[in-house]
Write a protein that binds this ligand. Structure first.
Ligand code: ZN
Length: 87
């Protein structure tokens, strides 16, 4: 089952790159694990480090992923308790 799974990482602990539309996380080899948000939406949960082929399992909920049209705002802090008031 666990092939080369190095660790399980909460998606909140990963960094989202809105330009490349990938989540990444530092790999012990000095490179980083990467997974595209599109892959996460497809149910893919394994991020791979291209340098050492180590893998992590990303712990996430598809429903919590930024919506496609909202990706530009994905870097904004979650503000669920601060919904903008529509006048
Ligand atoms: Zn690596």
């Amino acid at each position: 089952m666990a092939e080369n799974i190095y660790d399980e990482i909460e998606i909140e602990d990963m960094t989202y790159d809105p330009t490349l539309q990938i989540y990444h996380y530092p790999c012990p080899c000095g490179d980083r694990f990467e997974i595209a948000i599109a892959d996460l939406r497809d149910g893919e949960e394994i991020a791979v480090c291209p340098s050492c082929s180590l893998m992590i399992r990303v712990v996430f909920e598809v429903d919590n992923l930024p919506k496609e049209e909202d990706e530009a705002m994905a870097i904004a802090p979650a503000a669920e308790a601060q919904m903008p008031i529509a006048a």
